[in-house]
Structure formats: structure tokens, C-alpha cells
Write a protein that binds this ligand. Structure first.
Ligand code: PRP
Length: 183
């Protein structure tokens, strides 16, 4: 029986596994330099950031705490609903802690803004944001992330945690999805 693989739906690869690994190492080193003495709380924004988050945590050469939050605004659609839904909150108190919000992508910037506001109200000592990808042309400058893996054009990307309708997350690279697969 022929199995339809996710690879068949990819127009081209934007970032290979090797390129991703090298960039994540750099980001881990930057974060270690910045917060290494503070035992930061790294917050994974499920589900998209999961692969990036684990690699980033492994690349940090210091003590960290790990926590997870689940939010969604896209559902099974290619367009944001415009409303961020909180599905699962953090397990731990972040008051007085240095926190790092770890995202896979900033598109409209709505999710990161929502999380900044949510966490600010809890009195952390500092908030650092890091996103593996950033679609700079899609959001205002005020939504810019502190650290970013790669700025990308306005293309529909999947893989390394990013999905379309929960599909393609397990591709080890970032690829551009063929338009006929989501339109
Ligand atoms: C995606 C992605 C970011 C957010 C970015 O999450 O993981 O969290 O959208 O888009 P924005 O900048 O326009 O808000 P999604 O809601 O698809 O949930 P998922 O991470 O579980 O796929």
C-alpha cells in the first residue's frame, strides 16, 4: 500500500535540520549569557514551540526551570481566529522570577502580546521573549520579539513543530507548504 508522506506536500525546504540545530545552539548560548545566573523559567507555548523548546533547553548551559502553557488561536484554519484561547495554564508561580517565553513563530503577534500581558500581571522579575521564526512584515514593530531564530517572508511554513490542522509538525525541517494543501 502506498503511504502519502508529508514530504510530498512541501514546495521547498527553508531551513534544514543542520541549519536549525546551529541556530538553536547560538540562541541557547545567548540566553545562557543573559540569564545564566538567574535560574530562568523557560515557558513552552504548546504545541507549536515544543520541538524548538526542547532543543533550546538542551542547548542552555545553566540551571533552568521548565513550564508549559497551551494556547490556540488558529484551530484547523490557516487564518487566526483573532482570539487567543487559554487551554492549559502554567503549573508554577512566576512572581519574582526571570521568565523566557518560547514560541515557534510570531505571525500577527497576537499570541505573544496576549502572553506578555497575562504574565506581566503575575509580577515576574523580567520577561524575555524568544521565537524561532518571525514574520516581520505581518505585525507592528511594537510586537517584535527580543530574540529570534530567523526572520521569514509571509509564506505558509510547517515542520519543526509548526502545523497545518495538526499535520506536518514532525517534519525535522522548516518547509513551505504547497498552496493547494491549505487553500
Ligand atoms: C500558532 C503558533 C503561535 C501562534 C502565532 O499557534 O504556535 O503560538 O500561532 O500566531 P500569531 O502571532 O498570529 O498569534 P496555534 O494557535 O496554531 O496553536 P499550536 O501552537 O498548538 O499550533
Amino acid at each position: 500500500m502506498l503511504i502519502r508522506t508529508p514530504e510530498q506536500d512541501i514546495e521547498r525546504i527553508l531551513f534544514t535540520e543542520k541549519t536549525i540545530a546551529a541556530r538553536v545552539e547560538q540562541l541557547g548560548a545567548e540566553l545562557t549569557e543573559k540569564l545564566g545566573h538567574e535560574r530562568p523559567v523557560l515557558i513552552c507555548v504548546l504545541k507549536g514551540a515544543s520541538f524548538f523548546y526542547i532543543d533550546l533547553c538542551r542547548s542552555m548551559n545553566c540551571a533552568i526551570d521548565m513550564d508549559f502553557i497551551s494556547v490556540a488561536s488558529y484551530g484547523a484554519s490557516a487564518k487566526s481566529s483573532g482570539v487567543v484561547r487559554l487551554i492549559k495554564d502554567l503549573d508554577n508561580n512566576i512572581t519574582g522570577r526571570h521568565i523566557v517565553i518560547v514560541e515557534d513563530i510570531i505571525d500577527s503577534g497576537l499570541t505573544m502580546q496576549y502572553l506578555r500581558q497575562l504574565f506581566s500581571a503575575r509580577g515576574p522579575k523580567s520577561i524575555t521573549t524568544v521565537s524561532f521564526l518571525d514574520k516581520r512584515s505581518r505585525h507592528p514593530d511594537s510586537f517584535k520579539t527580543d530574540l529570534c531564530g530567523f526572520e521569514i517572508p509571509d509564506e505558509f511554513v510547517v515542520g519543526y513543530g509548526l502545523d497545518y490542522a495538526n499535520y506536518y509538525r514532525n517534519l525535522p525541517y522548516i518547509g513551505i507548504l504547497k498552496p493547494e494543501c491549505y487553500k
